[in-house]
Design a protein around this ligand. Sequence first.
Ligand code: PRP
Ligand code: URA
Length: 214
Amino acid sequence: MADYDESRLTVVDHPLVQHKLSILRDKDTGTKQFRELVTELAIFEGYEAMRDFPLEDVEVETPLEKTTCKRIAGKKVAIIPILRAGLGMVDGILTLVPSARVGHVGMYRDPETHVPHQYYCKFPSDVENRTCLVVDPMLATGGSLTAAIQFLRDADVKDIRCLTIVSCPEGVKTVLDYDPEVRLYTCSVDRCLNENAYILPGLGDAGDRIYGTK
Ligand code: PRP
Ligand code: URA
């Protein structure tokens, strides 16, 4: 049994997600296709992460008659990518919520210590009134994601949902233990981290594969 609060973890394991993830993991998948798949997987994850958004009744006149329909009731969204790799998920979420604002957290992991170093942070001015979807394809040690969560809590954000594509048990536990309210969505919880804090089996370095920098 997992030793973290499983009720706040959603593994988005739809057959289409698993299919696309298998292509994403393949070392022979090229940059263009990798980028497209990250966008597509972000759409599936965003769909799940917004499943509980409240609805309100609206009157609509179809070509035939008036009817009562449902629309999302005033939820405002901010997408918060963790640079660089998180940027790859932004367009997918914007496809679902075109009016969302986008805030950025710039961080890179020190290759030796694996500790994240922040180099940029800019949020929308009303971020505290928005549901924040933090996006980053990889959740490894959890250092980057917990730092991003803390920046948002410091900015008084109440509703934080984290969307990753590949996670590992260590990172999931770190994030869910760090913040008692945050919710986590991922396409896979992989086996473990290796000695360089890369996820196994994982998909390698997501930033490098999205941007073709290696
Ligand atoms: C990767 C990834 C996450 C982080 C995960 O980014 O995109 O942000 O590592 O590792 P952690 O859970 O151990 O913190 P990286 O630091 O390589 O930067 P990049 O996106 O610029 O490539
Ligand atoms: N960052 C990545 O891009 N991949 C990993 O496996 C771990 C951290």
